[in-house]
Design a protein around this ligand. Sequence first.
Ligand code: DGY
Length: 323
Amino acid sequence: MTQAKVLVARSIFPETIARLQAHFDVEANQADDDWSAAQLIEKLQGKQGVFTTGSERIDAALLAACPDLKICANMAVGYNNFDLDAMTARGVLGTNAPDVLTETTADFGFALLMATARRIAESEHFLRAGQWKKWRYDMFSGSDIHGSTLGIIGMGRIGQGIAKRGALGFGMKVIYHNRSRLDAALEAECKASYVGKEELLKTADHVVLVVPYTPASHHTIGAAELALMKPTATLVNIARGGIVDDAALAVALRERRIAAAGLDVFEGEPKVHPDLLTVPNVVLTPHIASATVPTRRAMADLAVDNLIGFLVDGKPVTPLNPA
Ligand code: DGY
């Protein structure tokens, strides 16, 4: 039987390539440069599967130019790089990598919240710059985590993980907003109460965003929403760029309309809005919320499981569409 042909669109663990090679005829991009859309189309000719990392755009134009493609396996839980409707229309399967990164990403959401509220990055830069000359009563005073109100927008698995960390680990009052309310048992497990978005923004001391990116969630937080937040509040985005209007956030931070923000994702990343780079009260990290060695390996393994499951056994593990 001839082996299916699979493309790996970005550099990845050698072990991941080896696993794929045991089942497929593999071409892998092991350079550190991303392929352009045109290069990706060229490389996809004759390939039945592609291993994507979450940023390769799979849309109607690419699908029309790659008639052999049958499956796109994302090594990410988010899949806003896929036009799922176009994929379904062409009979191309999309898969993602849920669950394996939930706890790692929730850990990072909490780490970013703490670094932001307690001004860890800002004070470290101050120290490294040799500016620490004396102790002062008000030096880098931030806001408390324990006993404060945590507002979570998006209460999927990662949101629930953050809620539990806040309620059980830090005695926080947890409120959340989501498209649909959790059932009572899950709310009790997360010790979280459902509120409207406006109430959450007005009352939370710390707001964490964990919603998937869709046209409906574009700029969930813009100037109007930032204006509702407390001037002492912090905002953390570990979801996707585009959920926050980064330009409006930079203005709110500069004018101290909110106290601070922690951002792991950006509109148009890896570019970062230049105004965010010049305000001190923001912690910026390069989309690393799921970046621990075991979790990144598990994400890659799940993408491989999906390619094998579908192309060899006819049964993907985590399908996204009915293709
Ligand atoms: C995801 O899995 O969607 C994360 O953003 C990691 O890339």
